[in-house]
Design a protein around this ligand. Structure first.
Ligand code: SF4
Ligand code: SF4
Ligand code: SF4
Ligand code: FES
Length: 986
């Protein structure tokens, strides 16, 4: 520890802690406008000047060293602070009382108060620029912009979208998008980082404007008049009394603005944030304290909440009458569901019923759904959509290391020397995880390898991009393993101490020579060798993978090959290492963890284990079925065969997100009874007999578990819309109508029951998860969790991992003369899956209005296609009509179609082939032919889509350029100022 003195008081600090952090941590108060702990030193504002050993320094950029004598309040320091802030005020008109940012957290307001500024010495000067309103979600007001550069730092080095810069050399600097475009036509992906960190009202969410303040909804002319009045009295009264009025106005706001913590409803990253609401109006999403995301979000989490107050929300149960639905009371609907489920059970047996839980719902809801299936109906026919994505990754990890979850945390991905991404469009599907990798790659020298058939953003950033033939990842992964073992580059010590099965594994690798790998994958031998050497040289390697691996007919085996490779190179058990299958939905991890699986109860306890069953039977006071039930793929088959007669689905758009959608729809038509619980009348609802209106995540309490096994609480932001009920209550109502006698008053009681029955969650309770606290399972009874798995041993009885031999078989479906094109599919950044939620946000719809098929430039030329040409894609299973988008993101005869369509879903084209181990459909193994239609329309992506922008990468705000301006001198006459520079983020 370093010993220093601050204003005469001795303090201890770890060496290298930033002086500003130490001052803040020990209760001091130095102004700091541009500094934000999650951005690190930006050094643009100069307000944090302090004296260290007699010299002025910026506290935000000065690391602590032993023996420092620091004065924060010397005359020299204070004069410099005031002078610096005066310069800031010349860029910003203080009209706090009528400002939507007057919420107690405005840094400019608070610094004016802290420094007791009464009058400006440098008068405010307007800038010769218009307000930019061209983004649907936020606006930029150059006149209010203090040029602190926080937004630039966030965009360049945290989000790493590299859209923002400041033209420091201009006589009137301002923030620029793509070097001078409008926001609307720039590369801005509307992630909101810049708006979140802006210390004043220069960047603001449009949803705040005219809504947050008591006086801010006034007409512009009246508002301008009031601002003039405020400015008019300032010379006489000074800022002190003006600030008092604005603080009174802020205090009034406290009574009507609610700030409630929630967890994002979209992907599996697990971003958490406060939701600011005024009545049912969502003012803004405020990320800051989330353990996974901090200030980060993507466009969906920050702005994609239009579904909450959408007029399309279901607000009453519906019952089918012939071809139509009629509204019904809850009593009637629940009564009908209970009666029909009971009748079918009585007639055809418990196993003629099946249940599908939602990976959008909470852990507690998933638990109750499987309890309904098992304890009330008596069947293990219960599953969730992890079957469609993550089950193969779970198997790969169960086979090799013993637990089916990510082996570390997102912070480990940041720490790694080398990140390998296989079959994952991380920047679009897990945007906030991508920011961490992009940032480490840009700033910290992390190396990046990407294997994907589509040249996505991460591929373009990679040090090495591999484009293997579709479905051949297992081959090059095994060839890398064999090469490492053959060349003595494997981690022998780790293998000896921690891994079983080396000899058998080594034998299984015999076919995977470099020559064979080149022939089968199309990758040059030298690339495979380079991968091997990069892993061998890296101190810590993480491998991230997603549906490009798992949605193949050998998804489980390829996932296993990934884990095998990590084991032979010793890349487990240490920070910065490990296996990271990226979970798709917000709670797809939790849905499986909490027992919505046909062979497992909570915490992956097997249904055929008598000891496990007995524990649950004792608690639930029922006899439980002991044989594995049907997974959701088998359920569809069983409906076709007449074995499953009734289905109850919560929050899954099965009729179009399941593979071979036509086949699934045909199954639904055969059901005797079909219950769908959702927040909108989804496409799947068309086949239902009863539709029950559930509640979205903002309208309920519970927990979600993210990709890094992180359990987090969500609180009720808004009461359920009139007529809707939280899903846990609906399931309880159905169970009780069938005589279950459940008495859960709140979700915490459900979690207590889960913890009591599940060793993996023994220490989980709502108190330990209060606010932004979280736990990463397994959680011991005393509450100890495991951010990094396997620090002491692997999860097998002998504590050792197991190499699990696998061999490549080949795809179930490859292009041929009739179906000559390979069709890949996946997500888009802006939309979640088919878009049932995200299309309800106007701005998202405006930027990304429709589905398309990506066609390579060479194929487009060959077939006479341009962006906007309508084509028909035809597979063995169905056809869709869609517009083409010509792009070099895809190559040759490989097409890519995103999932964002209910009308033309890609799953009309996919097959029912599956990975035999898990029954996960091989969504990525589709072959089609393409008929070019005569019509040519507009490009399916409008010009305002960020993909058409031109980013301007640079290393942060580049304050050095400001310092070089002829009119810049450090405040305090620059006497002895030390311009320390560091890009280190805390
Ligand atoms: S991408 Fe757009 S919203 Fe995100 S930080 Fe950059 S400018 Fe701001
Ligand atoms: S817009 Fe950017 S530079 Fe301007 S005040 Fe906000 S964060 Fe600072
Ligand atoms: S969608 Fe994913 S990355 Fe985006 S805010 Fe939500 S959890 Fe975060
Ligand atoms: S806080 Fe802005 S320069 Fe230090």
């Amino acid at each position: 520890m370093a010993n220093v003195q601050i204003d005469g008081v001795p303090q201890e600090a770890p060496p290298d802690e930033l002086l500003i952090d130490l001052i803040n941590r020990t209760g001091g108060s130095v102004p700091h406008v541009c500094y934000h702990p999650q951005l690190g030193p930006v050094q643009t504002c100069d307000t944090c000047m302090v004296e260290v050993n007699g010299r002025l320094v910026r506290a935000c950029a000065t690391p602590i060293t032993d023996g420092m004598t620091i004065s924060t309040k010397s005359a020299k320091a204070e004069a410099a602070q005031v002078e610096a802030f005066d310069r800031i005020l010349s860029n910003h008109m203080l009209y706090c009382t009528v400002c939507d940012n007057n919420n107690g957290n405005c840094v400019v307001h608070n610094t004016t108060k802290l420094l007791a500024i009464e009058h400006q010495r440098i008068p405010f000067r307007t800038k010769p620029y218009e307000v930019d309103n061209t983004n649907p979600f936020y606006r930029y007001d150059p006149d209010q912009c203090i040029l602190c550069g926080r937004c630039v730092e966030a965009c360049q080095n945290v989000e790493v979208n590299e859209t923002l810069s400041i033209n420091w050399e201009d006589p009137n600097p301002r923030v620029l998008w793509d070097g001078g475009s409008t926001i609307g036509e720039s590369s801005c992906v509307s992630c909101g980082h810049c708006v979140t960190v802006c210390p004043c009202n220069a960047l603001m969410e449009k949803s705040m404007l005219g809504h947050a303040g008591f006086l801010t909804s006034l007409k512009k002319s009246a508002l301008s008049g009031m601002i003039e009045v405020v400015k008019g009295v300032e010379p006489e009264t000074g800022y002190g009394s003006i600030l008092q009025i604005s603080e009174a106005e802020h205090a009034m706001r406290e009574h009507r603005i609610r700030k409630t913590k929630t967890v994002c409803t979209y992907c599996g990253v697990g971003c958490s944030f406060d939701v600011w609401t005024k009545d049912r109006h969502i003012l803004k999403i405020a990320p800051e304290h989330g353990p996974a995301n901090g200030i980060s979000t993507c466009v969906k989490g920050k702005f994609g909440w239009g579904h909450i107050n959408s007029e399309d929300r279901l607000t009453t149960p519906l019952i089918r009458e012939g071809d139509k639905f009629r509204q019904a009371s809850w009593e009637e609907a629940i009564g009908l569901v209970a009666r029909r489920l009971s009748e079918i059970k009585a007639k055809d047996g418990a196993d003629s019923l099946a249940f599908i839980s939602s990976s959008k719902c909470t852990n507690e809801e998933s638990y109750l759904m499987q309890k309904l299936a098992r304890a009330v109906i008596g069947t293990n026919n219960v599953d969730n959509c992890s079957r469609y994505c993550q089950a193969p990754a779970t198997v790969g990890l169960f086979r090799t290391v013993g637990y089916g979850g990510d082996s570390g945390s997102i912070s480990d991905m940041e720490k790694a020397d080398l990140v390998i991404i296989v079959g994952s469009n991380t920047a679009e599907s897990h945007p906030v995880i991508a920011t961490r990798v992009k940032s480490s790659h840009k700033l910290n020298g992390q190396k990046l390898i990407v294997s994907d058939i589509r040249e996505n953003e991460m591929a373009r950033r990679a040090d090495l991009y591999l484009h293997p033939k579709p479905g051949t990842d297992l081959i090059w992964l095994s060839a890398v393993s064999r090469y490492l073992l053959d060349k003595g580059l494997a981690h022998t010590k780790f293998l000896d101490q921690w891994v079983n099965g080396l000899e058998e594994y080594r034998k299984s690798l015999m076919p995977y020579t470099l020559e064979a790998a080149e022939r089968l994958t199309g990758l040059p031998e030298r690339s495979i060798r380079t991968v091997a050497h990069m892993i061998a040289e890296a101190k810590a390697t993480c491998i991230l993978w997603a549906m490009g691996v798992t949605q193949q007919s050998q998804g489980s085996d390829t996932s296993t090959a990934i884990s095998n490779l990590l084991l032979i190179t010793g890349n487990y058990m240490r920070p910065g290492t490990g296996a990271y299958p990226l979970r798709g939905h917000n709670n797809v991890q939790g849905a499986s963890d909490h027992g919505s699986m046909p062979n497992m109860l909570t915490g992956y306890q097997l249904v055929d284990d008598p000891e496990v069953r007995q524990r649950f039977e004792t608690d639930w006071k029922v006899k439980l079925p002991s044989t594995k039930g049907l997974d959701n793929h088998q359920m569809v088959e069983a409906i076709h065969k007449g074995k499953v007669k009734a289905l109850y689905v919560i929050g899954e758009e099965m009729s179009i997100v399941d593979c071979n959608a036509n086949y699934v729809e045909a199954a639904f038509e055969k059901l005797d009874f079909f219950v769908v619980q959702d927040i909108f009348f989804s496409h799947t609802c068309q086949y239902a007999d009863v539709v029950l209106p559930g509640a979205p995540s903002l309208e309920k309490e519970g927990t979600f578990t993210s990709t890094e096994r992180r359990i987090q609480r969500l609180y009720e932001v808004l009461e359920p819309l009139d007529g809707c009920r939280p899903d846990w209550k609906i399931v309880q109502d159905v169970a009780n109508q069938m005589g279950a006698g459940w008495h859960y008053q709140r979700p915490s009681e459900v979690m207590d029951e889960i913890a009591s029955l599940t060793p993996m969650f023994a220490g989980v309770n709502y108190e330990r998860l209060a606010g932004y606290k979280s736990l990463q399972w397994p959680v011991a009874a005393d509450g100890t969790d495991q951010p990094l798995h396997y620090t002491k041993h692997f999860a097998f009885p002998d504590g050792k991992a197991r190499l699990f031999p696998v061999s490549w078989i080949g795809a179930t479906e490859t292009p041929n003369a009739e179906f000559d094109l390979h069709l890949n599919n996946g997500r888009l950044l802006e939309h979640f899956h088919e878009g049932n939620l995200t299309y309800r946000t106007e701005g998202i719809q405006e930027k990304t209005p429709d589905v398309f098929v990506e066609v390579s430039p060479e194929l487009a030329e060959e077939r006479g296609i341009q962006s906007g040409t309508w084509v028909q894609l035809i597979s063995r299973y169905g056809k869709v009509r869609v517009r083409a988008l010509v792009t070099d993101r895809v190559h040759g005869k490989e097409l890519y179609m995103p999932m964002n369509s209910v009308e033309s879903p890609v799953n009309r084209l996919t097959s029912s082939h599956t990975d035999p181990v898990t029954d996960t459909p091989a969504y990525k193994e589709a072959s089609v032919r393409m008929k070019v239609l005569a019509e040519v329309g507009e490009s399916p992506l409008p010009r305002i889509n960020p993909r058409f922008g031109h980013p301007t990468p640079q290393n942060g705000v580049e304050v050095e350029r400001k310092w070089k301006r002829a009119d810049y001198a450090p405040p305090g006459n620059g006497n002895g100022l030390v311009q320390l520079q560091t890009k280190k983020r805390s």
